[in-house]
Design a protein around this ligand. Structure first.
Ligand SMILES: NC(=O)c1ccc[n+]([C@@H]2O[C@H](COP(=O)([O-])OP(=O)(O)OC[C@H]3O[C@@H](n4cnc5c(N)ncnc54)[C@H](OP(=O)(O)O)[C@@H]3O)[C@@H](O)[C@H]2O)c1
Length: 470
């Protein structure tokens, strides 16, 4: 890999602690960082290079963040040799003068792990100091979701970005796209011919997408109360899950072809403002940094359709939320009941893409219960990540996306058109948000969400933990 400098604006951020620094350690351990590659961290906190090393050491050892495997001192020391720190405010010119002195590579990645309202200062100052100029090397920008908070602000940000970078330099991250479990949906669908002919309106009754958490917002009240569930995970992660599960086969495995198919799905989604339910967990308004009169959604459930021939009339139900009964993210493709009624039953076959936990791809089928009677029992045919010897170590999405950025592969990043297509679907739904339905922590959300799906004679699936158990 080419040697380069990685500049992290906001090295002390929650994002860097939880994901970026952990991924960089893993990459160091696997030899994925080239000799001479350097990491420059920036924030306002006063620290020396040595302080930054101590800080990174502490972050890598934080409990309940990440590392399932031990941090090896030798690897850590190697990582330390790359680390440099600059203390400064991104609005201050002097910071960029210092940065210019530190940058010893023509190849550069600027990673924005800081607040969106600071972005324009960073861009303007990089430009002023010609740090964004590709002069005998490459320059790339990594920028996190959310891109904007509605269609207009997303468009504005996309326009702003193009004043300083070209589209092929901009890596918009939605870390779900870096997940093995999401990327494998493409392999499962398009490398195997068995299921793909069934993924259409003739065989599918409906699709459910669930992303629920059994915990609340923790210390993220300041951010979360401005955003809510629909915009925090619905606008990005869940729409991407839907796109991966329903897109047509790309003409080839390239950024252009894969992104084009995802966008086609996103643009054909039908927003149904009368078919969305917002909820808020009891006690949310007492959380730190949350308004006492907040109407922010900590839960939503919606119904939509894909307006194409393939999925005409196939309802799609999507739900997400916090402080619910279980933490689970999955896509369930629920097949129609068979025409052949040899065995009378109403248990449909379900193809489950389980993103987390018990990661796997699973087909729920009916088998004969051993014995003298013709009794049926549901079983799971399963491919499991954690018990397969080849997948015992699943790379973290941030590692995957950093490697892709270094390589210049944008297949699993969103371009401007894609982000805007997502907002175009979400905006009419978000604008209907009024007073949310209050639900009990530990439940599956408000009753109104059950009524939404039950009105169609269907019900939310209870996610099973009976497969892919480690
Ligand atoms: N946290 C997550 O799980 C997560 C997930 C997905 C996306 N994101 C996105 O990632 C970005 C960062 O979010 P976060 O939650 O990690 O934020 P955060 O923890 O509040 O960190 C903000 C960072 O920016 C630095 N900073 C703030 N003002 C600055 C200034 N004027 N000059 C220089 N540095 C400044 C802070 O350091 P000092 O205060 O020391 O300057 C800190 O390092 C946001 O765009 C967010 O939407 C976060």
């Amino acid at each position: 890999m080419n040697s380069f400098s990685l500049v992290i604006f906001g090295i002390t951020s929650n994002l860097a602690q939880k994901y970026i620094l952990q991924a960089l350690y893993d990459m160091e351990e696997k030899g994925l960082l080239s000799a001479g590659m350097s990491i420059v961290g920036i924030s306002r906190r006063e620290m020396s290079d040595r302080d930054l090393q101590d800080y990174v050491h502490q972050v890598l050892h934080l409990e309940n963040i990440h590392h399932r495997h031990e941090i090896k001192e030798k690897v850590f020391q190697k990582l330390c040799q790359r680390l440099k720190y600059i203390s400064g405010d991104v609005t201050d010119q002097k910071l960029y003068e210092k940065l210019k002195e530190q940058l010893n590579h023509k190849n550069r990645i600027f990673y924005l792990a800081t607040y969106p309202d600071l972005y324009h200062y960073v861009f303007e100052n990089l430009q002023r100091h010609k740090l964004n100029v590709q002069n005998g090397g490459w320059v790339k920008l990594m920028i996190e979701k959310p891109i904007g908070f509605d269609l207009k602000s997303a468009r504005d940000l996309n326009h702003l970005l193009l004043n300083y970078f070209t589209e092929d330099q901009i890596y918009r991250l939605d870390h779900y796209l870096g997940k093995e479990t999401i990327q494998n949906i493409l392999t499962f669908r398009f490398a195997n011919d068995i299921f793909e002919p069934l993924i259409n309106k003739d065989f599918i009754d409906h699709i459910q997408i669930t992303a629920t958490e059994d915990f609340g917002i923790g210390k993220r009240g300041g951010y979360y109360d401005q955003v809510g569930a629909l915009k925090d995970v619905g606008q990005n992660h869940q729409l991407q899950m839907l796109a991966f599960a329903t897109m047509d086969a790309p003409a080839k495995f390239s950024n252009e072809a894969v992104t084009k198919e995802r966008i086609k799905i996103l643009k054909s989604l039908l927003p149904l403002p009368e078919k969305i339910v917002f909820g808020q967990y009891e006690g949310y308004r007492k959380e730190a940094n949350v308004s006492a009169t907040s109407t922010t959604d900590t839960f939503y459930a919606l119904k939509t359709f894909i307006k194409n021939d393939r999925f005409q009339g196939v309802p799609i139900y999507i739900r997400a939320g916090k402080k619910l009964k279980q933490t689970v993210t999955e896509i369930s493709i629920v097949f129609k009941n068979p025409v052949n009624r040899l065995f009378s039953h109403d248990e449909p076959n379900i193809l489950i893409y389980r993103i987390q936990p018990n990661e796997g791809i699973v087909l729920k089928i009916l088998t004969k219960l051993p014995g003298h009677e013709a009794k049926l029992q549901p079983e799971y045919m399963q491919y499991c990540y954690r018990i397969d010897p080849h997948t015992h170590y699943i790379p973290d999405p941030y590692e995957r996306l950093l490697v892709d950025t270094i390589r210049g592969d944008q297949t699993f990043f969103n371009d401007a058109e894609e982000v805007e297509a997502q907002w175009a679907f979400i905006d009419p739904l978000a604008s209907t948000r009024g007073k949310p339905h209050i639900y009990k922590p530990g439940s599956w959300g408000p009753k109104a969400a059950d009524e939404l799906i039950e009105a169609d004679g269907r019900k939310w699936l209870e996610p099973s933990m009976e497969f892919c158990k480690v």
